[in-house]
Design a protein around this ligand. Structure first.
Ligand SMILES: Nc1ncnc2c1ncn2[C@@H]1O[C@H](COP(=O)(O)OP(=O)(O)OP(=O)(O)O)[C@@H](O)[C@H]1O
Ligand SMILES: [Mg+2]
Length: 344
C-alpha cells in the first residue's frame, strides 16, 4: 500500500541563461492582436550565434515534481506516468529511483520521446519562457493504467494533458470507489471540460488546487473578487479549495473558514519553475500527516515553495521531513452562509 501515487508528466528540462536574451515590450497593434500574449517578449537577433552564460539540466513535470516532495517528506510514493524509450526517459527513471520513488507504475512508450522543455531567461530576475515538447506523457490512457496496482491512501493528479486528460474522470471515480482520497491541480485542458462534467468530478475531490488565473477561468469571476470566487468554488467542491497567488501567497477554504497567508517577506526568489507543484505537494504533505490541519498545510506549502524557488530547477531545494523553515502566520475568517467573511 502506497501513501500516495502521483499522476502527470515527467520532463527533462534544459535551463539556458544569457544576457543576450532581450526583453522587449509588445508594440503590436490592437489588444486582441498581440505578438506576445503576455505583452512582453524575450528576443534573440536573427541569424547570429548567441553565447549562453549558464546551462543547467534539471527535471520537471508536475507528476514527478510532486512525487519528489512526497518522497522527501517520508511518504511511500509512486509515480504513474509515461516516458519515451530514450536517454531522457532513462534519466527520469534513475532520478526517481534515487529519490526512492516507486517506478513500477511507469510506462515506457516507443511512439513518442520523453517530454522535454527548454527554459530560457536572461538572469535579471525577470520571468522565464518555457518551450515545451509534450511527448510520451500524453500517451497514457485508461487502457494502459494498471488499475489493480493502484493500492494507495491518496492520489495526486498534477495537470493532465492529452489522453491522460481524457482519463481524468475515470481516475477520480476509481479513487472514490476504492476509498482513496484525491487531490488535483487541473490543467487548462481539464478546466476546459464541460462545466457539468467538471462539477460532477469536483464533488468527489478532497482538495482542489488552482492558481488565480485558473480559479478565475473556472468560476468566470475576476480574480480580484476573491469572496465571489470562493463562493463558487465552495459550491462546486465540497472538499478544500486552494487558490495560490504567486508572490502574494495563498487563500484556502474548507467551506467554513477562509485561510490566508503570505510568503515569508525575507525570501530569495531565483527561479519560479515548479512553484505550483512545490506549494501543493508541501501543503498536502502536512495535510496528510496532521489529519487535515489546514494551517500547518499552508505553512509547509509556503515553506516548501520558498525553499524550491531559491534555486534553479523544479525539484531543487525541496524540504526534507522535519527540516526547519520559516512558518508564516495564517489568519482565518469565518464565512457566513452568504459567504460574507467575518474576522474571527
Ligand atoms: N514570487 C514569489 N515569491 C514567493 N512565493 C512565490 C512566488 N511565486 C510563487 N510563489 C509560491 O508558490 C505558490 C504557487 O505559485 P503560483 O500561484 O504562481 O502557482 P502556479 O501559477 O500554479 O505556478 P506554476 O507556474 O508552477 O504552475 C504561491 O502560493 C507561493 O507560495
Ligand atoms: Mg500551476
Amino acid at each position: 500500500m502506497y501513501d500516495i501515487i502521483t499522476f502527470g508528466s515527467a520532463t527533462r528540462d534544459i535551463n539556458l541563461k544569457s544576457k543576450a536574451f532581450k526583453i522587449t515590450k509588445d508594440t503590436s497593434a490592437g489588444a486582441g492582436d498581440k505578438d506576445f500574449v503576455t505583452g512582453e517578449g524575450i528576443c534573440l537577433s536573427l541569424g547570429s550565434k548567441i553565447d549562453i552564460d549558464e546551462i543547467k539540466y534539471t527535471s520537471g513535470g508536475g507528476g514527478t515534481n510532486t512525487a519528489a516532495t512526497f518522497a522527501k517528506q517520508g511518504f511511500k510514493t509512486a509515480f504513474c506516468g509515461a516516458i519515451g524509450a530514450d536517454e531522457a526517459g532513462l534519466r527520469v527513471v534513475k532520478e526517481l529511483k534515487d529519490m526512492k520513488i516507486d517506478v513500477r507504475l511507469l510506462q515506457k512508450r516507443k511512439e513518442k520521446s520523453t517530454n522535454q522543455s527548454v527554459i530560457i531567461s536572461n538572469g535579471d530576475g525577470e520571468d522565464r519562457t518555457i518551450l515545451a515538447y509534450r511527448g510520451a506523457a500524453e500517451l497514457m490512457d485508461k487502457n494502459t493504467i494498471s488499475w489493480n496496482k493502484l493500492k494507495t491512501k491518496w492520489i495526486y493528479l498534477a495537470p493532465l494533458s492529452g489522453l491522460l486528460c481524457d482519463t481524468f474522470e475515470e481516475i477520480v471515480d476509481f479513487a472514490k470507489q476504492n476509498n482513496i482520497k484525491v487531490a488535483i491541480n487541473p490543467s487548462k485542458q481539464q478546466l476546459s471540460l464541460p462545466i457539468d462534467q467538471l462539477k460532477k468530478i469536483f464533488q468527489k475531490v478532497d482538495i482542489l488546487f488552482l492558481n488565480q488565473e485558473e480559479a478565475s477561468f473556472l468560476t468566470k469571476v475576476s480574480f480580484h473578487e476573491e469572496s465571489e470566487i470562493f463562493k463558487k468554488l465552495d459550491e462546486m467542491c465540497p472538499g478544500i479549495a486552494v487558490m495560490t497567488k504567486g508572490g502574494e501567497g495563498v487563500v484556502a477554504s474548507d467551506g467554513k473558514y477562509l485561510y490566508y497567508a503570505s510568503p515569508n517577506p525575507d525570501r530569495k526568489i531565483v527561479d519560479t519553475t515548479g512553484a505550483g507543484d512545490s506549494f501543493a505537494s508541501g501543503f498536502l504533505s502536512d495535510y496528510m500527516r496532521y489529519n487535515g490541519d489546514i494551517e500547518r498545510a499552508i505553512q509547509l506549502g509556503l515553506g516548501n515553495s520558498e525553499a524550491n524557488l531559491k534555486e534553479i530547477g523544479a525539484k531543487t531545494g525541496l524540504l526534507e521531513k522535519n527540516a526547519g523553515f520559516v512558518r508564516v502566520p495564517v489568519t482565518r475568517q469565518l464565512c457566513s452562509e452568504n459567504n460574507l467573511c467575518i474576522t474571527k
